[in-house]
Design a binder for this molecule. Sequence first.
Ligand code: SAM
Length: 284
Amino acid sequence: MNRQKSFENGQATLYLVPTPIGNLSEMSPRAVEVLNSADVIACEDTRTSGTLLKHFEVHARLIAYHNFNEESSSRGIVALLEEGKNVALISDAGYPLINDPGQRVVSDVTEHGFNVVPVSGPSAFLNALVASGLVAQPFLFVGFLPQGNGERKKKLMEYRDYPMTMIFYEAPHRIDRMLESCLEVLGDRKCTLARELTKKHEEFIRGTISEVLSVVEQIRGEMVIVVEGKQKSQQDELSEEQILSMVNGYLGEGMSTKDAIKATVKATGLSKNVVYDLVVSQKQ
Ligand code: SAM
């Protein structure tokens, strides 16, 4: 067990300080105060952070904290705390640890009995979640999915039956492939793409996954994707026979197979592939 009375125990402290995700006005007075009072600021990239810190007239010593060698970076920070120095950890944007370096040092610092104190601030995924129009809790923050198609779909399969809203990060050049995987594995659920949060070109695209997919080719910038969790829909209650009987019903009304599948997908919220596969297996 580890109990930390942050401001009473007189221990050296590692502060986790979020930085703006685009709009510099979101840097809080407390964040600037903490950075100014720190003996050392550990950052991802001393050049990027140097520019930001200059803007806020913060002059503490900067060191690089490297994701690719968190172990030795973390040892260095623990050594500084042992000397009684206070350290602030920042990332290029948003919170450290949130798809950014810092996980290792937080565990190591707490294990060594020093304080870890978070400062509140800008968060891309929370902004996206609260403005998405989707249920805000419970939610699952996933961050980046694997880049390979197979691995990505495998990961999504794990989340397919989760009822909570899911939040993903994605790079603009992979957004189409990522949404295609979501559509295939999760079905055509509601989703919101939030891009360029807090910046001049901030935009929210709210719709179904296929609707959002139809416009992603034209959009750029940093983006967060919020996807509805599995609904207590007919998917749970409908048997294969019921789904096929729905398709057959539409066929009986004179629809083509393609249209009957489309109509069934719309009525049930099931994925197109699931309905299609059932129809194919019925024919065999
Ligand atoms: N540490 C950051 C945080 O707290 O959100 C995340 C860093 S991660 C390397 C970068 C990803 O965060 C981007 O690819 C994007 O998905 C998301 N992101 C960061 N800033 C954003 C913004 N202004 N608008 C939308 N997404 C943003």
